[in-house]
Design a binder for this molecule. Structure first.
Ligand code: LMR
Length: 391
């Protein structure tokens, strides 16, 4: 029976991790998978998380099951950060999910169960978005995310929305667009909110990098603008980057419903979907995040750590932008892009040459992880870019 399975290509992004590890060159530079790195190239556990984990070990007296919704104190502790501290939250409810991916998966499955048949999405996007749509069995309509001038392609978005209506969903990156780093402006978010609302489209907001762009509040502003304009929306949230939890898979899924009375039925569906997929989410990471958020001093420590990360990524972006045009590539737009990623318009041969000749590892799309660059390797990287110029 199992001989019927044909080999599948490895996930290109995850395959890069192994490729990089196997390269013996000490000068190699990892700009692949999206993990934050310090100026020393490390991805340490946050100090606030270390302290919370210690407290968890000292106080946790049981690992008995919690249920498909996971740690609800964790889920609720995030609500003011995502949806704002003020205002009525009676139409908002959440549950834990295994990473942001679990949140997206739940959102797409629930949307499909509710009758959504198509998801609109700006392209390029995180490759796993399209894989999840295909896996769940929902159609996708892509439109261009980036205009030629390096800003968001609003014309393409307007056209896509023009042809859509009830039964369609629109997936939006809340901040730090993956892979381009090109986020919507405040004015663009307002326009999107009114377009989506006038057409009766269901927004699915993926907020995986809150705090890595402009700040915790600023990075949620677009999401809140959309939520204020529409009756209902789905939100996938990740703590993997902004709490550095990556392999612990810490995420959440939230619903804003048209009426608070609908939440019980909605979450009975979401719980059933979770039960049939992962049954219950992993606890440890979410419990550590909860402990941070329940403690004022640890929360302050976490936010300071996040500020340091954001400031470092800004420095890297500014240094790249200051290099101007290198190897025919204009690096100046990187200064006003956000988060861990930007895309360099490199040809495949140049990406291969960067890897083979210079030990620079990046996604095949030309996406670079900004945090992979440090004071020690950034000049080497800029020189390597110049060296693979095809004229
Ligand atoms: C990335 O885009 O590099 C991260 O979101 C990691 C992943 O799961 O792909």
């Amino acid at each position: 029976m199992l001989e019927n399975l044909s080999p599948q290509p490895a996930d290109a992004l995850l395959a890069l991790i192994k490729l990089y590890a196997a390269d013996p060159r000490s000068t190699k530079i990892d700009l692949g998978v999206g993990v934050y790195r310090t100026g020393q190239g490390a991805t340490p556990v946050f100090g606030a998380i270390k302290a919370a984990e210690q407290r968890l070990i000292n106080t946790q007296d049981s690992k008995a099951y919690l249920g498909p919704e996971g740690d609800m104190a964790f889920v609720n502790a995030l609500i003011p950060y995502v949806f704002g501290a003020a205002g009525d939250k009676s139409r908002i409810q959440g549950m834990q999910a295994p990473g942001g991916t679990g949140g997206v998966r739940l959102a797409v499955e629930l949307a499909k169960s509710a009758g959504v048949s198509r998801v609109l999405m700006g392209i390029p996007s995180w490759p796993n978005h399209a894989q999840i749509f295909a896996n769940v069995g929902i159609a996708m309509q892509g439109f261009s995310h980036c205009a030629a001038d390096g800003t968001a392609d609003m014309e393409a978005l307007r056209n896509a929305i023009e042809g859509a209506g009830p039964g369609d969903a629109l997936l939006l990156h809340g901040c730090c667009h993956n892979p381009t780093g090109i986020d919507y402006t405040v004015e663009q978010w307002s326009e999107i909110a009114s377009l989506v609302s006038s057409k009766g489209i269901l927004p699915i907001l993926d907020l995986a990098y809150q705090g890595l762009g402009q700040g915790m509040e600023e990075d949620a502003a677009g999401l809140r603008t959309v939520l204020a304009a529409v009756p209902e929306a789905l939100v996938a949230y990740s703590c993997d980057k902004n709490f550095g939890m990556y392999r612990d898979r810490v995420g959440a899924f939230y619903v804003q419903s048209a009426d608070a009375g609908q939440l019980e039925a909605i979450f009975s569906n979401a719980n059933a979907l979770a039960r049939a997929s992962w049954s219950m989410p992993p606890d440890h990471g979410a419990a550590a995040v909860r402990i941070v958020l329940e403690d004022e001093a640890l929360t302050r420590e976490w936010l300071d750590e996040l500020d340091t990360m954001r400031a470092r990524m800004r420095q890297v972006r500014d240094r790249l932008a200051a290099a101007g045009t290198v190897g025919g590539i204009d690096l100046t737009p990187l200064a006003h892009q956000n988060g861990l990623f930007s895309v360099l318009p490199l040809k495949s041969a140049q990406i291969v040459a960067l890897r083979e000749r210079h030990g620079v590892y990046m996604a095949g799309s030309g996406r670079i992880n900004i945090a992979g660059l440090t004071a020690d390797n950034i000049e080497t990287f800029i020189a390597a870019l110049g060296d693979v110029d095809e004229g």
